[in-house]
Design a protein around this ligand. Structure first.
Ligand SMILES: *Cc1c(COP(=O)(O)O)cnc(C)c1O
Length: 253
């Protein structure tokens, strides 16, 4: 079938994405009804490993929020789709030295998992604001920051899966006290093999504690393809769904 033209391929892919996206939206609606929720959570479509052409098709299907977990891949796709009205969510582990790059294209970072990352983002936001003002550019909207917490009771503090609940107040204070950053709320991934509902209910408790100090930081980023129903039941405000919209990811590179 080579050489028969990308147009047919694009329309097939568009159809496939439309169907998958429709099915996920339906699942969200059903889960909201079951949970008695009238405030539907926002859907972030995670496009990691898939080409910018898919991002473009998704935009045409009404998707505005897209998620990526690697800086290089995200920066390239954001540049390729700069003509579209998209909000990029960085959801992967963030190295401090990538903060300056991420701040240029991301509307939100869901993976602030330690104080050093909050500090790197604060510094990057300051440098970027100075550069923009020097160049006569308008300031950017504040970068929306989620604190990623670990819901794995076996993981020690400083593990790769997020901050310990006890570390949240210090990270939150740093984010909330920085111009150019906005403390949005918490984020987590359900631990493998655990009951996702119980895990997300723990997250809801951590969110309530955070809101006691920071009433505006009410966002809860939780729920992926396999556990979005549990996340909705536990009060998630942002879902991050990849494979159920895009299809199975190619094997890890
Ligand atoms: C990849 C990824 C997702 C999406 O996962 P799916 O199972 O494909 O829906 C969500 N959150 C994070 C942090 C991810 O890395």
């Amino acid at each position: 079938m080579s050489g028969t033209g990308g147009m047919a391929d694009a329309s097939t892919r568009r159809q496939e994405l439309a169907e998958r996206l429709g099915a996920v939206r339906e699942r969200i609606a059903v889960a909201c009804a079951a949970a008695g929720r009238t405030d539907a959570p926002g859907l972030i479509v995670v496009t990691k490993f898939f080409p910018a052409s898919d991002v473009r098709l998704l935009s045409g299907l009404g998707v505005r929020d897209v998620g990526e977990n690697r800086d290089q891949e995200a920066a390239a796709k954001a540049a390729e789709t700069a003509d579209l009205d998209l909000l990029w969510h960085f959801i992967g582990q963030l190295q401090s030295n990538k903060a300056r790059s991420v701040i240029r294209y991301a509307a939100a970072v869901h993976s602030v998992d330690r104080l050093s990352v909050a500090q790197a983002l604060a510094k990057a936001a300051g440098t970027d604001a100075e550069r923009r003002s020097g160049a006569g550019l308008p300031p950017r909207p504040a970068l929306r920051c989620f604190i990623q917490v670990s819901l794995d009771p076996d993981a020690g503090a400083g593990g790769r899966g997020g901050a310990a609940a006890s570390e949240v107040p210090e990270i939150a204070a740093r984010l909330a006290g920085t111009q150019g950053l906005q403390l949005e709320g918490v984020m987590a991934v359900a631990p493998l093999g655990a009951d996702p509902l119980a895990a997300f209910q723990r997250l809801a408790g951590i969110s309530a504690d955070l809101r006691a100090d920071h009433p505006g930081a009410s966002a809860i980023s939780a729920g992926m393809s396999g556990d979005l129903e549990a996340a909705i039941q536990a009060g998630a405000t942002h879902l991050r769904v990849g494979s159920d919209v895009l299809g199975p990811r190619p094997p890890v590179r």
